[in-house]
Design a protein around this ligand. Sequence first.
Ligand code: ADP
Length: 448
Amino acid sequence: MFKRILIANRGEIAVRVIRACRELGIESVAVYSTVDANSLHVSEADTAICIGPGPAEQSYLNIPSIIAAAEVAGADAIHPGYGFLAENARFSDICSTCGITFIGPPPEVIDRLGDKVAARTIMEDAGVPVIPGTRGAVTKERQALTFAAQAGYPVIVKAAGGGGGRGMRICYTDKELTQGFQTAQVEAGTYFKNPAVYVEKYILNPRHIEFQILADQHGNVVHVGDRDCSIQRRHQKLVEEAPSTFITDKTRAAMGKIAVRATEAAAYVGAGTIEFLVDEAGKYYFIEANTRVQVEHSVTEAVAGLDIIKEQIRIAEGETLSVAQRDISLFGYAMEFRINAEDPANDFRPTGGTVEFFNPPGGPGVRVDTHIYSGYRVPSLYDSLLAKLIVWGRDRTETIARGKRALRETLIEGMATTIPFHLWLLDQDDFVAGRATTNFVEQNYKGV
Ligand code: ADP
């Protein structure tokens, strides 16, 4: 068993990991930047170490500082959370060189799946359906145009190293593809330090449906059901739910098996996600794998009754999974609303400042994961997530009613947040009927 875990992150996920550590009887070590000195993860952890100034490159992305903190604190493992160094193969490698367990996959697995081109190839070879696209990276415009001529427009140019909804360009004509291709290559090199791009068919009105995976070091792999993350803005998720209303139980079972096969093909270890797009006809295609715990893991926890962070820690300790596939069953419906410091009435412009007053919702079926409190000052340097509201109900109707009730109870004074957007969404007939695709927000939301 680990004695002490350092959490190389901040915000709600750092608090979430501290909670798991405490339940497991493991000491927690927080690291923080100077602007986060008053953060909840700092006061909640057993020990806290300042690792540098506000800009992430000098603190939360500063590998030598984090390793030094782990050594000073005597931590035997590091949990990277999501974002920052969570999918950094070099960090995973340095941890193991220093004799510290990285709670996540080994470096070669991160490399294999972090490169979307490499991941597509592994999946194709394993018989996992992938979106029709170029095999391998495309370096010449001509290759992109040839693919588009065969597959038909629209197509999407994607960065092999892309993430966070960035590095994608939809093209409807040869002219757009010629222009988009060059820009995509330059941007990929600048933002992701990997100029490789590839082209795939742009699926019209798809659903984003992903599977939570757990894989131990002994070759056991299970999936913990699906999450529908179709409510997005600029390819970034705003609301997630489990299970998806769009797929039948038969499709769900088939996709789950494919997700397990994809995990095995990548020799994956840890908690991870296999993401698919599902087209209007119900055909599903792999898009990418995420080698970390995701923001939306909590909706799976709500319907599966499983603590994914604790499972992740147990896997890193070398334990076998606590559950077999037959032990996993989903009960009810859960939704997660990302409450961001963004103004939905103003094109989701970032807000921020001081939380003058915070009153979280409560009552049956409500969970709030957050790091904010009354008087907390939101630093402008990091992401805009203030809180995750997760609601659970026996059926989707109850979940929606509970969502509305809990969103109305949530008081965050001092800044605009995405709460009015969520309330708008829960009143939309198409959303309530389960008809929303990944384009729903862009097509229907005009601000509230
Ligand atoms: P990221 O790693 O940046 O999250 P993904 O590959 O997971 O990128 O895609 C994010 C979102 O972008 C998807 O959920 C979907 O909305 C959209 N998307 C990506 N590829 C396609 C595609 N081929 N066709 C249609 N939409 C796509």
